[in-house]
Write a protein that binds this ligand. Sequence first.
Ligand code: ADP
Ligand code: ZN
Ligand code: ZN
Length: 723
Amino acid sequence: MYCEVIIDQDAKALDRVFEYKLPNDMILHEGCRVYVPFGGRTLQGFVIKIKDKCDYDESKVKEVISKIEDYPVVKKEMLELMAFMADKNHLKLASVLRLFLPAEMREGKVKELLVTYYSLVENCEIILSKSAKKQQEIVEVLKGGRLASAILCDKYGASAVKALYEKGYIKKEKEETKRTPFVLMAEDKRVILNENQRNAIEAIKENKTYLLHGVTGSGKTEIYMNLIEKVLSENKNAIMLVPEISLTPQIMSNFKARFGEAVALLHSGLSAGERFDEWKRLFKGEARIAIGARSAIFAPLENLGIIIIDEEHEASYISESNPRYDTHDVATFRARYNSCPLVLGSATPSIDTYESAKREKIELIELPVRANGKPLPPVQIVDMMNEFRMGNGDMFSNQLLAELYNVINNKKQAMIFLNRRGYSSFMRCRECGYIAKCADCDVSLVYHREDNRLKCHYCGKQYKVLSKCPNCGSDKIKQGAVGTEQVVARLKEYFPEVKILRMDNDTTSTKNAHQKILSEFKEAKPGILVGTQMIAKGHDFEDVILVGIVDADQSLYHTDYRSTERTFQLITQVAGRAGRSESEGKVILQTYSPKHYVYKFASNYDYKGFYRKEINIRETSQFSPYARLVRILFSDFDENYVREMLKICYTEIEQLKEKYKDDFIYLDAMKSPIKRIQDKFRYQIMMRLRPEHADEIENEAFKIVDRATKKSVFFEVNPQNLS
Ligand code: ADP
Ligand code: ZN
Ligand code: ZN
């Protein structure tokens, strides 16, 4: 017998199938891992196929050395998924396979957590000297049953434990235990489903994709739980994805409360050991519901009855580092493989998803009102240029301050939202609201501090930093960037007595930090929580009656064609945090562009109006879903090599453009906006294609690039980040 093996190494030269012979006495299954000889070394590999005949010269085919596990770690469905993903996203097989296994299983190191227990040896006469107090105490407590070594050593000292063991009075046994992730406790709140919820649950049953479009607080979580309950009762399993689980500990608590041990968590906030143990519980069928961020879509569950993607519009569902993939594609593959429903839930679906629903490629289910019957909180737009002209140069408008005083006097809570992202920011005139944009691409320019320039991330064009506003001549033009830290400092000046908490990347780097901040906020009355988009998601705090958006434009003038969409989503999300129970809520939105259509639609919670406007703009400006943007990114330490590759590939792709004349909207080659990262030079080819033949063109372009270069090149489709 022979087998086809994929070597577990991240090298382009090894990215193909190798054949090995099976030793006569070895029984092996597809999906098992093995050790194989390779060029004088022993390497790990995955068996993807077992077969009778060999396609090569038999005398040259080497033998498998040994197997790593007795059972297939990659099941059949996942082998098919591997082929699908590698093909669709132009990925190496080994790098896809790695997504399917927890890091702890790689490099052959399978670390199980073993706990040592001590107990008394039966029918043994124990004689201890009077002075051995500790040892006597240990013997006494062990009469009540076995105890973990760690506990005994901690309380009585390791030497006493050791002495008893060496005398043969106590024995030890090792047992595998599970590291279970920490989850806040919650009680299982059962509600009586309303008609909208019942209809949704009734409708979702076929082997189809459903878009569950429900306003914030419409009770989507309850629908998910009911659907999963149904699936479990049919002896099937479920996957539920949330954007970033550490941001939504409440969802976790609610699922644990309802489903207990059947739930396994998979997300980046877990330690490697915890992840591994949770993975194993799923693999063995001990847990039947996988809940987690993006990577939980690879949960080793068979017989799936449903897949749910909550907040489907979130950018975190797209993996932008290697291996690059879109969770929606993977979820669709798995749902179709298992013939089960795929549910996409959101209050603000992505324009692309909603368009699919409009064209009836997926089924639309709507939940237009909040489950508790309360209205969505009113949104008041404040023109910050007006504040500035009236002599208020502060980051808070008079309206926002007045509302904050009101919250504090009534011992309630407020959330102050501000989205300030990394190095990039745009330039804006504080007098007239002018924003610097690329003349060719109609997206805002990004200020690059390292070379003090404004750059367009779509075409690579560079501009001088402005010292005067080209529109009104004012010199009050600068980068708009106030950070969360500044906001907190300012709030403390106004309200020295009030508890003010901050939640952003800087305050949440330690384990369980999110949960600590959120629990602290829950108790703080009055209290203010300041944060980035982390505070926008899913939180359900009863006493939050005010949401302040300090600078809504921060996400609007980003350089992405999806900036407006993202802004709409963010405002809707944060606004949805206010007034979730008895007290009415209110939202104050501060902007320098009060006339922008996104604010008009967002403040009226008019998703459909926004969609109609936005889809028109996408059509005229030729972006997704009317076009596919492909970036082919070349990067290497050797700049000459990169330039050479770029040139060769570009020339050939230009010929491709001749062949598909009508399908190319745009094609160019250039330096990347950030020219060097980690000492590697970066160049890129950008193509914008009409959707009809985009797959074919993308594949042909990939072949061209693959032939031309020995190194890996990144293919990115509609990437979020073009730096
Ligand atoms: P969404 O995920 O759609 O934003 P949630 O699922 O968080 O909404 O629900 C919002 C609130 O409404 C929660 O506190 C939830 O317990 C409550 N809720 C959900 N369904 C019902 C119902 N049928 N009756 C009463 N309250 C409900
Ligand atoms: Zn101006
Ligand atoms: Zn441009």
